[in-house]
Design a binder for this molecule. Structure first.
Ligand code: NDP
Length: 323
């Protein structure tokens, strides 16, 4: 079944074609690929979101003038199929690296997660984990700009010194919890008492979850009635075959907490709206963005691994070529 073209409104059966053709029964290349004979295929609402047109490159990429951002491989030059979604970059009066962060995927993640899933109100008490990272530093600033009280947590002194917190006028944090240096992350240290007595005596309205594990467990005890937990990520659990159990989930019931995950790609249609919101704020100095730029493709693997032991201070970027 083939989608004939991207769709802008309601989609119909006639938007799809059934095409017959021969396949070659050769084992695909690459160690992680498998050849499957499908017995059942899933039919889900999320598939509609994958039919939206954002920007389709027509013709060879060499004809494309200017810059785009989107998803490629880690390489110097990429052949990208013309059907791939790419966003044309209209604003070049900001650092182009921002399109990997504040003006790219992490930016829309922070924006959609905080505003669309968290539904903040002025005065809400907000807690953000991994608060100096690509997503977290934005959530904190959005919260502050929305009139919320916000506390962030980060894993090293450098993250205080070099990140948004250093500039007190722009700092998002009414308070910041410093936890142990990597690899001993906050989730290994955060106690219920610290959260409750020092930072949230009245409890937490919105928890923007980036790490999972013990942090989430402690937060659950400190949530307010009708609070929201925006589940963006659980990085502490990505590399463990047996992630730590979260034993306090029953608090969801008595505290009437809404805990909701989300996936950024569902929100790409909001990109133009987000861009309008954030560009003004960047240009007026109301939002700052900290990047950790590593140069050279060969340094990419180490930078990637560094995310999992907290080495990055701000958004981790890999510079391959300046022009
Ligand atoms: P960051 O820039 O925040 O980098 C990762 C940070 O996570 C590290 O610097 C470290 O910060 C913290 N960390 C790493 N390992 C652990 C651990 N074991 N326990 C606790 N903290 C740890 O990353 P991003 O901002 O890019 O991503 C943040 C989260 O958002 C991730 O979980 C990611 O998967 C998720 N995400 C979700 C999306 C979605 O669509 N739902 C889209 C994009 C991102 P520190 O030293 O301060 O602890």
């Amino acid at each position: 079944v083939i989608l004939k073209d991207y769709i802008t409104e309601l989609f119909k059966e006639s938007d799809m074609d059934i095409v017959e053709g021969a396949i070659t029964l050769e084992l695909p290349e690459g160690p992680n690929e498998v050849l499957l004979k499908n017995l059942y295929l899933s039919c889900d609402p999320y598939m509609r979101n994958r039919m939206n047109k954002i920007l389709k490159i027509e013709g060879p990429a060499t004809l494309l003038v200017g810059y785009v951002w989107g998803f490629t491989k880690w390489e110097e030059y990429s052949f990208v199929p013309s059907s791939r979604i790419l966003f044309k970059i209209e604003h070049t009066d900001v650092p182009l690296s921002y399109y990997t962060g504040i003006l790219g995927m992490p930016g829309i993640t922070a924006y959609s997660g905080f505003f669309e899933v968290g539904l903040p109100k002025k005065g809400d008490k907000v807690y953000v984990s991994a608060a100096s990272g690509a997503v977290g530093q934005l959530v904190g600033q959005f919260a502050k700009l929305s009139g919320c009280y916000v506390v962030g947590s980060a894993g090293s002194k450098d993250k205080f010194r070099f990140s948004v917190f250093v500039n007190t006028s722009k700092s998002f944090a009414n308070n910041l919890i410093l936890h142990a240096s990597p690899p001993l992350h906050l989730n290994a240290y955060l106690s219920t008492t610290i959260l409750q007595i020092r930072y949230f005596p009245e409890g937490i309205d919105i928890y923007f979850e980036n790490v999972g594990g013990k942090t989430l467990n402690a937060v659950l005890l400190n949530m307010r009635i009708n609070g929201r937990i925006v589940v963006c990520g659980m990085i502490s659990q990505y590399q463990s075959a047996q992630p730590e159990g979260v034993t306090n989930l029953k608090k969801l019931i008595t505290k009437r907490i809404r805990m909701q995950g989300f996936v950024v790609r569902d929100y790409y249609p909001m990109y133009p709206k987000y861009l309008e919101y954030v560009l003004t704020k960047i240009k007026e100095g109301d939002i700052v963005y900290v990047e950790d730029i590593v140069e050279g493709l060969e340094n990419g693997p180490a930078a990637l691994v560094g995310l999992f032991n907290g080495r990055n201070v701000g958004k981790q970027v890999l510079l391959v070529s300046r022009e």
